[in-house]
Design a binder for this molecule. Structure first.
Ligand SMILES: [Ca+2]
Ligand SMILES: [Ca+2]
Ligand SMILES: [Ca+2]
Length: 342
């Protein structure tokens, strides 16, 4: 399989055109010499080699570029440099090894020899590359069908290392160990549609949450269950049985991806219990595709397998095949020395 071009798609989107059209009406006459910010978008694969993108050509027609000034925002993990390719200024973009998939923005100004200054924006989406051998339309994993295809298929584990909830320690102290809030409350604070008041020992009062599985509006934190998207015992049977205690705890308290833990109504959480999509789907019909998208993303993030029935069930939701799955950061497996709990 030939490796896909790291520069996958670019060019102005409809939104850009709309913004530019709008700017025609909002640009004061005296500023006519300095065209408004233009936006370009690229997708680069995680861990790809550097990609060179021409500095937005808007002003090249107006004369040679004298200076390009970078003012990067949200790009701490993306290396940027202005280079010349055949005399044409380019931005050299390279995600660091640790760069997480997601969207990053760069704002830069360019000054031409004639003194014209333009401000431009580059939106860099770092995407999840497809592993070798997985067929995709464009080398990028970004749909439910593609993630489903990329996941390992294996029967659910039925060996001697039996599932025990207490071997998946949760909730722990969370991202902020000293704030008095455990993982559950940290996530509830992050997901609240109206923030609750936070009292001593992180007691939560008031606030509002919307349960993604059934649409229930909940105004009492005590009635929000924090659900593992892929339930602990389902994870165990899908590969986590072989993990050590630290990885299990990391999984059980995962705040590295907002899809892993989700605040939902207690009734929907209890009806879901430890079931996978072959056995349970959210009661809210409009939640189907989002649920499958988040499910395959979480399995992929943690390198968990699908069983045959589960894969068949996900695939049977043909309306969701093309549903987008936002980029996923895979949690690396420990190199060696993994001792399974017994
Ligand atoms: Ca794709
Ligand atoms: Ca905490
Ligand atoms: Ca399963």
């Amino acid at each position: 399989m030939s490796s896909p071009s790291p520069l996958l798609r670019r060019g102005a989107l409809g939104l850009t055109a709309a913004l530019l059209a709008l700017s025609l009406f909002t640009t004061p006459a005296h500023a006519a010499k300095s065209p408004k910010a233009k936006v370009d978008r690229i997708e680069v694969l995680q861990r790809s080699a550097a990609v060179k993108v021409p500095v937005l050509a808007n002003d090249l027609r107006l004369g040679k570029l004298r200076k390009v000034k970078l003012k990067a925002s949200g790009t701490a993990r993306i290396k940027l440099k202005v280079v010349k390719v055949k005399g044409v200024p380019h931005l050299k973009v390279r995600p660091a090894k640790s760069t997480k998939p997601g969207k990053y923005k760069v704002v830069y100004t360019a000054r031409t020899a004639a003194g014209m200054v333009t401000k431009s924006k580059l939106v860099i989406t770092v995407v999840t590359p497809a592993p070798a051998g997985v067929r995709t339309d464009d080398g990028v994993l970004d749909t439910v069908a593609e993630f489903t295809e990329a996941l390992t298929v294996a029967p659910e584990y039925d060996g001697e290392i039996t599932y025990d909830r207490k071997n998946y320690k949760h909730w722990n102290a969370g991202l902020l160990p000293k704030d008095g809030c455990d993982t559950r409350r940290e996530v509830l604070l992050a997901e609240a549609t109206i923030l609750p008041a936070v009292g001593t020992k992180c007691a939560l009062t008031g606030g509002q949450w919307i349960s993604a599985y059934d649409g229930a509006v909940i105004t009492d934190a005590g009635k929000v269950d924090l659900d593992h998207m892929v339930p602990l015992s389902e994870a165990h049977d899908s590969g986590a049985w072989a993990w050590d205690a630290a990885r299990r705890e990391a999984y059980a308290n995962d705040q590295g991806d907002p899809r892993s833990l989700v605040g939902v109504s207690a009734t929907s959480n209890r009806s879901k219990s430890d079931r996978d999509p072959a056995e349970w789907m959210p009661p809210l019909a409009t939640a189907t595709c989002r649920y499958l998208s988040d499910w395959v993303a979480t399995k992929y993030r943690w390198s968990l397998a699908l069983d045959q029935a589960e894969k068949a069930s996900i695939t049977s939701h043909t309306a969701c095949a093309a549903t987008e799955v936002a980029p996923v950061t895979v949690v690396p497996r420990p190199e060696a020395g993994v001792t399974a709990l017994r």
